[in-house]
Design a protein. Structure first.
Length: 233
């Protein structure tokens, strides 16, 4: 990563009000390619609202944000073409198999038929899910469900990944495997913004932002290198 590299995510004065409630107040941040930035804060801090604005799901009350160079206000469709948003709630189809869920999302994102099977095979191997491709999603463990959600989110090769507490309630081994996948994604120039309530996960991010009552109180870069975390995992 170089200092003059164009940010994949840029927010300036991003604000969202719900009536008299200010959920996010004047948030400014950047996330660059090959970087994981973590947002840490208690419930109600504004983490999910921030991601939903960046994903084009919620309109900002004030401020502006750009994802992959496109404005979330004026180019929401182009924003959605270039990002993947993974919410806290399991959002796949439990009666469909792993393969069928991935094929459905490939159709949803308009992934060309040519080369699609190779892309699915690569993602299955990438996530260690190949042995479970014929299993129904509803029969997967919590950790495997999260990995399947991530693979479906990556089916259209997004440049930006927004993850809302992706390993909440997942066992420690599955959490470690999930983060290994995220580190591998950085090698493909993906920019990742993740919210988490786990301090050990926060330490794995390149940079952190502390949110409280909708305000970004502080940001900072952690000292330990990503390579050392990968080795420790």
């Amino acid at each position: 990563m170089t200092e003059d590299e164009t940010p994949s995510i840029r927010a300036e004065g991003l604000t969202r009000r719900f009536g008299d409630l200010v959920a996010v107040a004047g948030l400014t941040l950047e996330v660059r390619p090959r970087e994981i930035v973590g947002l840490v804060g208690p419930d109600g801090a504004g983490k999910t609202t921030t991601l939903r604005m960046l994903a084009g799901i919620l309109d900002p009350t004030e401020g502006e944000a750009w994802v992959a160079g496109f404005s979330v206000r004026t180019d929401a469709a182009r924003v959605k073409d270039n990002l993947a948003y993974m919410s806290q709630r399991f959002a796949l189809y439990p009666d469909l198999t792993v393969d069928e869920n991935m094929a459905f999302y490939a159709d949803l994102y308009g992934v060309p038929r040519r080369g699609r099977e190779e892309r699915i095979e690569r993602l299955l191997n990438f996530s260690y899910m190949h042995p479970f491709r014929k299993r129904r999603a509803g029969a997967l463990s919590g950790g495997m469900k999260q990995k399947l959600q991530l693979m479906c989110a990556l089916i259209h090769t997004p440049r930006v990944l927004l993850l809302d507490e992706p390993t909440n309630g997942v066992d420690p081994v599955s959490r470690r495997d999930f983060w290994r996948i995220l580190y591998r994604l950085l090698k493909e120039d993906v920019a990742i913004l993740v919210t988490t309530a786990y301090l050990d996960e926060a330490e794995r991010c390149n940079r952190l932002g502390l949110l409280h009552e909708g305000r970004l109180l502080a940001t900072g870069r952690r000292r330990r290198s990503r390579a050392s975390w990968e080795a420790a995992s």
